[in-house]
Ligand binder design. Structure first.
Ligand code: A2P
Length: 332
């Protein structure tokens, strides 16, 4: 019998990318697409066929036999409906931040900590925050090689990370309209404010990067700090990453380690103006790393620049890779 898969938030920015990636990866299944009452009854073309979108409700999962449910409809929807999907027997892969820091919920980037998938007590696996996913892929390789002591993140994040409304704010803002999603115009601007402010002065996005990096790398005491900035780019998050290591290293060793890391593509030829940029990363799968150089202001310090498509590796692709990893395990 064909496996059944539910997609929740199928009409959204990440939801539509779930469909694209599932098609690209040829994951054959009986799919059911869910969204809010606003788009219930609309159709999405998927695997060349029209799929009617259903309204998500409390009886969407019971008795339906879903093996997997991919969620990307926001934290409140995941809080309420992910446990219902799990109770009905599905393994939930949740793109919201709702379950990420629950100690019983694995937070997984398949190239980094696939072993965390060996125990899924709540039936929920969390997909990490987009800016964290792309950072930890190269950082894991570097941590294994040289031992990370401290990380300083500075991000330059695309508007698509704020969903369709964020994307629309940039499009409309370029024509002079006032913002609806962001607190300030994003066209021609940089906004050092992503998600809500916390009592410690950090934004929730910054705190997510700190907490999730520690959890994914299994380094609960790792020193990490972050500043997250929204920039007028449609697709692709960019990050300046400054790292201090326990052990000395050479740049040649860094190149060798990163070249061997699955999911990383080095793009670093400054003499020819070659470095990662969101305009090139958009629509592709890898995490691009460039501008690799020593930070001589500290002992064993390194700077690099890291770019990835935030809706692909930062969200939908990573979630589908988690599901593929679980499917592989089923067949063992
Ligand atoms: P809808 O299109 O019906 O509003 P984005 O992050 O790109 O804005 O997408 C959010 C996704 O979450 C959309 O698919 C949206 O559906 C869905 N969503 C929002 N609210 C609900 C809800 N109450 N129930 C189910 N899906 C929802």
């Amino acid at each position: 019998m064909k496996r059944k898969i539910a997609i929740i938030g199928a009409t959204g920015m990440v939801g539509r990318m779930f469909l694209t990636v599932l098609e690209e990866h040829g994951i054959d299944a009986d799919y059911e697409l869910f969204a809010s009452s606003r788009s219930a009854g609309s159709t999405l073309t998927f695997f060349g066929k029209p799929y009617v979108v259903s309204e998500l409700n409390e009886s969407s999962f019971a008795g339906k036999g879903f093996s997997y449910a991919l969620f990307s409809a926001g934290g409140a929807i995941s809080e309420k409906y992910a446990p219902l999907a799990a109770e009905a027997g599905a393994t939930v892969i949740d793109n919201s931040s709702q379950w990420r820091m629950d100690p019983t919920v694995p937070l997984v980037v398949p190239e980094v900590n696939p072993e965390a998938l060996s125990s899924i007590p709540k039936g929920i696996v969390a997909n990490p925050n987009c800016s964290t996913i792309q950072a930890v892929v190269p950082l894991k390789a570097l941590d294994d090689a040289f031992g990370i002591k401290r990380i300083v993140y500075s991000t330059y994040q695309a508007v698509s990370g704020a969903g369709q409304k964020g994307y629309q704010d940039l499009e409309d803002g370029l024509c002079g309209a006032l913002p609806k999603k962001f607190p300030h115009p994003i066209a021609g601007n940089c906004i050092p404010h992503i998600d809500v402010f916390l009592p410690n002065g950090y934004t929730k996005e910054e705190q997510k990067m700190i907490d999730e990096t520690r959890k994914i790398l299994s380094r609960p005491d790792l020193r990490v700090t972050a500043t997250c900035v929204r920039v007028p780019v449609y697709h692709g998050h960019s990050e300046s990453i400054n790292v201090e290591f326990e052990r000395p290293f050479t740049l040649e060793e860094v190149y060798r380690v990163l070249e061997q890391k699955e999911g990383v593509v080095i793009c670093d030829d400054p003499k020819n103006n070659v470095y990662p940029m969101p305009i090139n990363a958009a629509g592709t799968d890898p995490v691009y790393v460039g501008r690799i150089r020593m930070d001589d202001s500290v002992e064993n310090g390194l700077n690099f620049w890291c770019v990835a498509d935030n809706i692909r590796k930062g969200a939908a692709l990573n979630a589908v890779q988690i599901m593929e990893q679980l499917i592989k395990g089923e067949n063992k």
